[in-house]
Design a protein around this ligand. Structure first.
Ligand SMILES: [Zn+2]
Length: 206
């Protein structure tokens, strides 16, 4: 799961914080800062502004920039209002979620086996909260899309033979989404990994 940095509260042309009287107003600045990807499963499309701490749990955080991410319909509805706070979970906007999960060629995701016990518990809590281990259904196409992204990344990797093909591969990755899948497929290609990190907006590696 990509670790992200949404940056400080966006400001307008006068140097004032933009108004987020309705949390949906955060959609455009979030797209610009962290890209049009689900903050949890990393897919593209069908995204909504997502409250890390549910708005039904803490109304003060409903329009608080630092509580807002982007979530797809599946991660959003699975997460619902089940977490009462940030406590006990890893979060992509403040923890190194990127190294907490292992992405496999069959579209499955596991909690990484090398985490400390505490981190492992928190990673598993997030994994369960958004349903990263789901097998997929006709309405939950996350595993299918992840597998398709893997296949696409492998085909792309096998075609790389020039600077131009590297640039095209990065463009395709940005369009396809699933940053962590591309990073896993290109795990032995540091140049491509660096390009991917720079191309996906708001990616944080520490
Ligand atoms: Zn999602």
């Amino acid at each position: 799961m990509r670790s992200i940095n949404r940056g400080p509260w966006p400001i307008d042309g006068n140097g004032s914080k933009i108004s987020i009287s309705d949390y949906r107003h955060a959609r455009v600045p979030l797209n610009e800062r962290i890209g049009e990807y689900c903050s949890y499963c990393e897919r593209t499309g069908d995204l909504h502004v997502e409250h890390v701490v549910p708005k039904s749990v803490n109304q003060h955080l409903e329009t608080e920039w630092s509580n807002l991410l982007l979530g797809c319909i599946n991660c959003n509805s699975r997460k619902s209002n089940r977490n009462q706070s940030r406590e006990g979970y890893l979060w992509p906007d403040c923890d190194m979620t990127f190294s907490a999960f292992e992405y496999r060629s069959d579209g499955r995701v596991n909690v990484d086996g090398n985490l400390s016990q505490d981190e492992s518990c928190k990673a598993k809590a997030l994994f369960d909260l958004v349903g990263l281990g789901e097998m997929g259904t006709s309405t939950d196409r996350r595993p299918l899309k992840r597998r398709q992204a893997w296949d696409q990344a492998v085909i792309t990797r096998n075609l790389i033979d020039s600077e131009n093909s590297r640039m095209l591969a990065v463009k395709l990755a940005v369009k396809t989404g699933f940053f962590s899948v591309w990073m896993a497929v290109f795990q032995d290609d540091n140049d491509m990994r660096q390009r991917l990190i720079e191309a996906f907006p708001g990616t944080r590696m520490e």
